[in-house]
Design a protein around this ligand. Structure first.
Ligand SMILES: Nc1ncnc2c1ncn2[C@@H]1O[C@H](COP(=O)(O)OP(=O)(O)OP(=O)(O)O)[C@@H](O)[C@H]1O
Ligand SMILES: [Mg+2]
Length: 440
């Protein structure tokens, strides 16, 4: 752009830091954004403490990653940290540490120590009250109070970083921070955070990337919650689908993996069925789970491809994309929302409808099984219907034929016609429809 003169206008630090508090984090999502940084720093352990102490309550997130130098720490506290990113990096905007922390509190202190022999821990703080007072982008050297000392002690001689949130104005009531309500709120948030981290980082907790990260909240180990029940023998997996995306000069791959989870009676135990129900329960946990660089960013529902339906509640699918497709997926700063590009939405529509067709089928058979049938053998828990006089193997083959017919009709775009044919078949030859697993 050509211009005769220009002025450089520094944004108002006081105004902008306040506005950036509201870019969409809730407490667990804010903690998760800090854990992203720990994982990218090579941490194998992340310990989160959410401690109630009235107005002095604090949250600390301590990792054993590679830490930062003094200069690196100051850069880390810049809104829009200057650095480049490689493929698979969970960071993208240079904002998370600041925006996530200050969405929940008014003061964030970072204490960090590098692996280099002889290097000492350094501490810096961003404080919204100071920034508001001076209207400057201030990063200060905090006084060595109890919180800073505690963080230094936690690091000891090892490399790592501790992020401490204080002045928890968005978490505790301003007027009575000492009340029992505040304590209950922090306890509730700790439980929610552990649950959230178990979901969004389940692959890292399971060691799927070749290294395992252990996370604790208030001393309790966070257990991974894998939505796809990988250990259930009766789970059905459909063929994976890979897609090549090209948009705005970038290209990359996305992968869709589809699963029908077992119905209650085919789960290894009722407790496991309940656990896999998930935080939102079966119905709302159906749908697409979208992973960016192995970290879950969005889940629940079918992203406009179809609606949530009781009959398809056993269907779940993962959609993976790598960071080279960030712009195409429109990942937001809080890493909690993406938009599936239209091009991809059209491509996944059929495979998802096929998956839901199968899940619907299994659901209906299960509902039939739960209605007592005098002649039914109670110990037969296979998902195929009981055909008249056929062996379990041929029943299974028949049910497979039924599913294949249904899927083929969908692929051919003739599902409506297929349903009409099915209606006639059910009237004229109900036993064949039954043996193909296509009875109503
Ligand atoms: N726990 C940590 N250990 C080591 N370095 C860290 C840690 N936390 C932050 N950093 C450094 O500070 C930088 C800024 O972090 P910040 O979360 O603000 O942005 P980002 O991770 O680069 O991008 P995003 O806004 O997408 O999170 C990081 O890029 C990283 O270099
Ligand atoms: Mg980050």
């Amino acid at each position: 752009m050509q211009s005769r003169s220009s002025v450089s206008i520094t944004p108002s630090a006081a105004r902008l830091t306040e506005s950036l508090r509201d870019i969409g984090y809730d407490f667990p999502a804010a903690v998760a954004d800090i854990v992203d940084n720990s994982i990218m720093a090579g941490a194998e352990r992340v310990d989160i403490m959410i401690e109630f102490d009235g107005a002095d309550s604090f949250v600390s997130i301590a990792d054993d990653g590679h830490g930062m130098s003094a200069n690196g720490l100051v850069e880390a506290l810049r809104y829009g940290s200057r650095r480049s990113y490689s493929r698979g990096d969970l960071g993208r905007y240079g904002l998370g540490l600041k925006t996530a922390s200050l969405s929940q509190c008014r003061s964030v202190t970072v204490v960090t120590q590098r692996e280099v022999p002889g290097s000492r821990a350094v501490a810096r703080m961003l404080d919204l009250d100071l920034i508001a007072e001076w209207d400057e982008w201030l990063v200060v050297d905090p006084v060595r109070d109890a919180a800073v000392e505690r963080a230094r002690e936690a690091l000891g001689d090892n490399s790592g970083t501790v992020v401490v949130w204080r002045k928890l104005d968005r978490v505790l009531p301003e007027k009575r921070p000492h009340g029992a309500w505040g304590r209950r709120r922090l306890d509730g948030l700790a439980a929610k955070t552990a649950e959230h981290l178990g979901v969004v980082f389940h692959r890292f907790l399971e060691g799927a990337r070749g290294r395992t990260v252990a996370v604790t909240v208030n001393g309790e180990k966070v257990e991974p919650w894998n939505p796809f029940a990988p250990d259930e023998p009766a789970r059905i997996e459909l063929a994976p689908q890979r897609f090549e995306l090209v948009a705005d000069g970038v290209s990359g791959k996305a992968e869709l993996r589809r699963y029908v989870l077992p119905s209650r009676d085919l789960f290894s135990s009722t407790a496991e069925f309940e656990r896999l129900s998930g935080p939102l329960n079966w119905n709302r946990q159906q749908g697409l789970y979208i992973y960016r660089a192995d970290r879950l960013v969005q889940w629940g529902g079918w992203n406009g491809v179809r609606g949530i339906d009781e009959h398809t509640k056993l269907a779940r699918a993962s959609l993976d994309f790598d960071t080279d497709l960030d712009a195409v997926f429109n990942i937001n700063v809080a890493k909690i929302r993406v938009t599936i590009p239209l091009q991809l939405r059209q491509m996944i529509e059929r495979p998802i409808n096929e998956l839901c067709g199968q899940a619907d089928d299994i659901y209906r058979k299960t509902s039939r099984r739960t209605v007592p049938e005098p002649e039914a053998a109670n110990d037969d828990v296979s998902p195929v219907p009981k055909g008249a006089g056929t062996s379990p193997i041929s029943r299974q083959v028949n049910a497979g034929v039924g599913l294949a017919l249904r899927a083929a009709a969908m692929h051919a775009g003739e599902y409506e016609s297929f349903l009409r044919v099915l209606d006639v078949l059910r009237q004229q030859a109900p036993e064949i429809a039954e043996s193909l697993g296509l009875a109503r």
